[in-house]
Design a binder for this molecule. Structure first.
Ligand code: C5P
Length: 309
């Protein structure tokens, strides 16, 4: 088979942030099993990098290094590979495109921080640039939505409201920069398992609404108000599956966090603090406690997936 003439660039590197859900309101499941959401995402400064380089036509490969790399599938079930294949199939010619993807992870796997989704978003962007595909932002967003509920937000970044399954994203009015401390769990949590436990614990949840107090806090840039307004309907389910999360959340609040919650389907716990020095103090205290696997500081909001270098 003839090799394509590799157009420049030969390789493209994309940096993509983790997300936390400042609010995650969950309604009763639809017939397809998905739950209607009203969520507020914020992208935070913890990044994965995805590098895309030309491979032979119809070859789609991936290698993964870094945080939790051993837990990431390195075959065609990897969301970054699926993203590349989807782009090639829909905007091809498929039979002349191929890519070798290298993922450098800092976002924990199965942590509730959209680590996998962010890799899918980064691969879409990296391949579009590598293959010189002319695709509108709207068409890219539609492909992202096909890949997963959190993928469109990983492209967008910032602070945004998510509806539908979470894939219908719109930027939110938000002022200020927030300081976060993230506590990683010892073991990941499966998102479908957390939703299943949610269904058992909350058999008839009301239709989900974006909380007005949280949106007001974001509009005014008031970290204290925001801390009090953080909410996650999946938190009881995540804590039920990993009871130690309750201790982690309580410890963070005792050490002075303005607010604490499980991020997404967990098990990462996110703590909002009022200054960089408070973030350092809380990180040290949580690390010394030894109740979580690792602690990272991050700021938000930050931009979504971007080409670097
Ligand atoms: O969309 P994504 O692939 O990230 O979803 C992973 C799983 O999380 C789904 O298979 C489903 O079990 C659950 N989910 C859900 N409702 C949503 C989003 C995800 O039940 N709105």
């Amino acid at each position: 088979m003839a090799s394509p003439l590799p157009p420049t660039p030969v390789g493209v590197r994309v940096r993509v942030p983790a997300k936390i859900n400042l609010a995650l309101k969950v309604g009763p499941p639809h017939r397809d099993g998905f739950h209607p959401l009203a969520t507020v995402y914020q992208a935070v400064s913890l990044y994965d990098e995805v590098h895309a380089a030309w491979a032979n036509p119809e070859e789609f490969e991936v290698s993964v290094v870094g945080e939790g790399a051993e837990l990431v599938p390195q075959d065609e079930s990897n969301l970054a590979v699926r993203a590349a294949q989807l782009l090639a199939r829909t905007h091809g010619p498929y039979d002349s495109l191929g890519v070798s993807l290298s993922i450098k992870k800092s976002i924990p796997v199965a942590g509730g921080l959209a680590g996998g989704s962010s890799n899918g978003a980064a691969a879409l962007l990296a391949c579009a640039v590598l293959w010189d595909i002319d695709i509108s932002a709207e068409a890219m967003r539609a492909l992202a939505a096909e890949l997963g509920s959190d993928v469109p937000f990983a492209l967008l970044g910032g602070t945004a409201v998510g509806r539908g399954r979470g894939e219908e994203v719109a930027p939110a009015l938000a002022r200020g920069t927030y300081q976060w401390v993230l506590a990683f769990g010892h073991h990941g949590l499966s998102t479908p398992a957390v939703y299943r436990r949610f269904d058992q614990l909350s058999p008839q949840p009301p239709p989900p609404e974006v909380p007005a107090d949280l949106m007001n806090a974001l509009r005014s840039g008031d970290a204290k108000m925001l801390g009090a307004a953080l909410v996650n309907d999946l938190q009881p389910a995540a804590v039920d599956l990993q009871p130690r999360l309750k201790l982690v959340l309580e410890a963070g609040l005792e050490y002075g966090a303005l607010g604490a919650l499980v991020s997404g389907s967990g098990p990462t716990c996110a703590f909002l603090v009022d200054s960089e020095s408070a973030a350092v103090d809380l990180s040290v205290a949580l690390s010394a406690d030894g109740i979580c696997r690792a602690v990272r500081r991050a700021t938000g909001p930050v931009v979504g997936a971007r080409v670097i270098g």
